[in-house]
Design a protein around this ligand. Structure first.
Ligand code: DOR
Ligand code: ZN
Length: 353
């Protein structure tokens, strides 16, 4: 593998992957997929469409729509996931993995986030699926938040770890789990303490960049709202340390989640931050600020495939230290638009190739 090469102006790393994206469907898919495909060789594609991706047939059809929407010269492989429901069939899930259609299963606790209404209401209902996944080495990707209205929204991840994740890991000691888009020091510590190869976590560029003050900076900021919601500054700092540590259990997952401007700037604005137009660039900036540019390649290009048991990418990506401005709007369906994370702001690293 190419060793990371960096001087003050150029950074060359093995081509990265994104282990958590929302590519959507239809005109929105066509508007956004090029941003991810330009930056990443592969991406784990979330299944929370309407209706969700439940079967091998759903995933194959969705994968074909993604491939058809790619820019002509794109070199990008979508890795599909299966949306877990209470009545999922263990046989369908396992066959999807064995046939290479599903890379993983996504578990949304019912009513946690966008299009999670069909999610799991009680873990007891999916025990047979989890046991089957454990037996065949199929990863489970978790939206790790409790839905209990009595739990403060800022505590829902930490409470999930205690109430749900810890017992699940004990019940299924061989199950490979990715705790997605972690937002707390508790999550980072828990992943490190699990210590082995069976629990990992993705970290988004926005949770490395903003804390919860950003949601209220000078007024209500709908484009800073996602789930799990950003937490206090001490959590952001803990996430930066975790990502920049190079620990093999932490890897890149942007959770880029586009919504039309009108759906964000609304009485009940959608959760999701669209960071694909500046994702690898922003990670590079964060790692530089942490004095850890040398660890970016492990986080972005090695730890993910190693955990999933997939080959590392052979090509490289080059970032140059050159100011550029994040687009202020990306045109989307029927005259609408999507506003990128940090729209109009200047970033220090630009993707050259
Ligand atoms: O902010 C989020 N947006 N969090 C999620 O879990 C789902 C996502 C979406 O699909 O919009
Ligand atoms: Zn997501």
């Amino acid at each position: 593998m190419n060793p990371v090469r960096h001087d003050s102006t150029t950074l060359v790393i093995a081509r990265p992957d994104d282990w958590h994206v929302h590519l959507r469907d239809g005109p929105m898919l066509r508007a956004v997929v090029g941003f991810t495909a330009k930056r990443f060789a592969r991406a784990i594609v979330m299944p929370n469409l309407t209706p969700p991706v439940l079967t091998r047939a759903d995933a194959l059809a969705y994968r074909a729509r993604i491939v058809a929407a790619l820019p002509k010269d794109a070199k990008f492989t979508p890795l599909m996931t299966c949306y877990l429901t209470d009545d999922a069939d263990p046989e369908e899930v396992a066959r999807g993995f064995e046939e290479g259609v599903f890379a993983a299963v996504k578990l949304y606790p019912a009513h946690t986030t966008t299009n999670s209404a069909h999610g799991v209401t009680d873990l007891a209902k999916v025990r047979r699926v989890l046991a089957r996944m454990e037996a065949i080495g199929m990863p489970l990707l978790l939206h790790g938040e409790v839905t209990d209205a009595a739990v403060d929204i800022f505590d829902r991840e930490a409470v999930y770890i205690e109430r749900v994740l810890a017992p699940m890991l004990a019940d299924f000691p061989g199950l490979k789990v990715v705790l997605e888009h972690i937002t707390t020091a508790e999550a980072a510590d828990f992943v490190v303490a699990a210590g082995g190869h069976r629990l990992a976590a993705t970290i988004t560029p926005h949770h490395l960049t903003i804390n919860r003050n950003a949601l209220f900076h000078g007024g209500l900021r709908p484009h800073m709202y996602c789930l799990p919601v950003a937490k206090r500054e001490r959590h952001r700092l803990a996430l930066r340390r975790a990502a920049a540590s190079g620990h093999p259990a932490f890897f890149l997952g942007t959770d880029t989640a586009p919504h039309r401007v009108g759906d964000k700037e609304a009485d009940c604005g959608c959760a999701g931050i669209f960071n694909a137009p500046a994702a690898i660039e922003l990670y590079a900036q964060v790692f530089e600020e942490e004095g850890a540019l040398g660890k970016l390649e492990a986080f972005a290009s090695f730890n993910g495939p190693d955990f999933y048991g997939l080959p590392r990418n052979r090509g490289t990506s080059t970032l140059v230290r050159e100011d550029w401005t994040v687009p202020s709007l990306v045109p989307a369906e029927s005259g609408g638009a999507v506003k990128p994370f940090l729209a109009g702001e200047t970033l220090r690293w630009r993707l050259a190739s």
